[in-house]
Structure formats: C-alpha cells, structure tokens
Design a protein around this ligand. Structure first.
Ligand code: AP5
Ligand code: MG
Length: 217
C-alpha cells in the first residue's frame, strides 16, 4: 500500500508510522527524519534545510519533493511505503502525484491524524530523541528505563532543536496555513480518512488499522 500520514506537529505521526509500517511491511519515510540526517551529517543540503527547520518554516516544495522521491526510488519502497509528514502543501501533493503516475502507481489512502493543541504542546515539550538511532520517547508517557539514555542503543537523549515553545507555536501556525488546505485537496480525490490521535499509542494504532482495513475493502 502507498499511504500518506498528515497531521500537526506532535500528533504522533512518527510513532504511528513505525507501528503501521511494521504491520504493513513497508518502509516508513519521514521527510523530517531525512532532513535531520542531513543536518546531523553537516552536508550542504543539511545547512540549507536547517535555515527552515530551526525556525519551524517549511523547506521549499521542489527541494523537499526531490529529497523524498529520491528515497522512494530505493528498492524497499517499490511495492509500497508510508509517508510521514510529506506532502505538506498542495504543490508537494501535485509533484508526488506526477512522480507516482510516471511510475504507473498512485496513493491508496491519506490519513489525517488529529489532536487538540493543548495535547500537542504536552507531547512535544516532553519528547526526547536519540540522535544515534532515531528512537523517540516521552518523559511522562513512555519514559526511558534509564534517565536520559536510549532504551535501544544506550545513546544520550536530546530535545529536538525545533521543540522549543516559540518554534512549536510557529510550526502549528504553519500547519494551519499551509497543510490544512491540503486536506480538502485529498478529500476531493476521495483519498482522505480522519483518525483521532488522542488516547494511548495502541488505541490510536487500532483506529488507524481499522481505517486502512476500510480502505482495502
Ligand atoms: P517533522 O519532523 O515531520 O516534524 P512535525 O511535522 O512537526 O512532527 P513531529 O515529528 O514533531 O511530530 P510527530 O507527529 O511525528 O509526533 P511523534 O510521533 O514524534 O518536520 C520537521 C521540520 O522539517 C518541519 O517543521 C519543516 O521545517 C521540515 N519539513 C518536514 N517535512 C516537510 C515537508 N513535507 N515540506 C516542507 N518542510 C518539511 O510524537 C510526539 C511525542 O508524543 C513523542 O514524545 C511521542 O513519544 C509522544 N506520543 C506519540 N503518540 C502518543 C500517544 N498516543 N500518547 C502519548 N504520547 C504519545
Ligand atoms: Mg515526526
């Protein structure tokens, strides 16, 4: 299946993408993660995108689409993928549709994960991540076994550069202005289903699986 996961910052896209990708045996591809690898490695692309990611603005559409479609061209994504956080604008959605059509394929479903703003802020202020292996935890909802250490690889946990309060508020505003219009675009194409992102991780996974089962029927 070829699935897109859209949602405001902190809605749980990355957390759910990992669960669902495992169930569907397709790679989870996060545009944010692809950018963070470049930033960490100090590449020219990383220096370029950092100007946008650090302030919570979107990276330009053409550049983002090039990075993501290059990743989708790898063999593990040939039979399906779960996109986390891409597309984020109507222009990106158009470019993705063109690229898939060129390969004779198309999206199967777009899931919009929703969460109220106060819960978003709670989730993002408590998030910590492991730069070494990408594991994400929450200090209250899914705390690591050893304080400040990654359960997976033992690396030190850090706060994401864009998780400061001011940047979170900017990311929320950018989502409302530039990504919410995309929901209508996908609804018009009969691809959109809404899933409530509140509750525990397994509860949300259950809702997402049910939504996808309905699409498959
Ligand atoms: P990106 O990395 O995609 O950030 P985002 O969209 O702001 O979303 P997050 O990763 O912050 O949240 P999430 O929904 O993945 O939540 P998570 O699962 O971690 O993008 C970063 C930046 O890159 C953008 O601002 C932009 O600059 C650029 N960019 C990326 N894509 C782009 C694009 N397409 N176009 C242009 N620019 C782009 O969960 C959050 C926390 O909550 C975690 O601590 C987690 O453990 C916890 N949690 C999750 N689920 C639950 C639950 N059910 N109950 C309790 N806690 C939970
Ligand atoms: Mg994420």
């Amino acid at each position: 299946m070829r699935i897109v996961l859209i949602g405001p910052p902190g809605a749980g896209k990355g957390t759910q993408a990992r669960v669902l990708a495992g169930l569907l045996a397709v790679p989870a591809v996060s545009s944010g993660d692809l950018f963070r690898v470049e930033v960490r490695q100090g590449t020219e692309l990383g220096r370029l995108v950092r100007r946008h990611t650090d302030t919570g603005e979107l990276v330009p559409d053409e550049l983002t689409t090039t990075v993501v479609t290059r990743r989708l061209g790898q063999p593990d994504a040939a039979d399906g993928f779960l996109l986390d956080g891409f597309p984020r604008t109507v222009r990106q959605a158009e470019l993705l549709a063109e690229s898939l059509a060129g390969d004779g394929t198309a999206l199967d479903a777009v899931i919009a994960l929703g969460l109220p703003d106060d819960e978003i802020v709670r989730r993002l202020t408590g998030r910590r991540m492991c730069p070494a292996c990408g594991t994400t935890v929450h200090l209250v909802f899914s705390p690591p076994r050893v304080a400040n250490r990654c359960d997976g690889c033992g690396g030190g946990l850090v706060r994401r550069a864009d998780d400061g309060e001011e940047t979170v508020l900017r990311r929320l505003a950018v989502h409302s202005a530039q990504t919410v219009p995309l929901l209508r675009w996908y609804a018009d194409r009969q691809l959109l289903c809404h899933v409530d992102g509140s509750g525990t991780v397994p509860e949300v996974s259950e809702r997402m699986s049910a939504a996808l089962a309905a699409v498959r029927r």
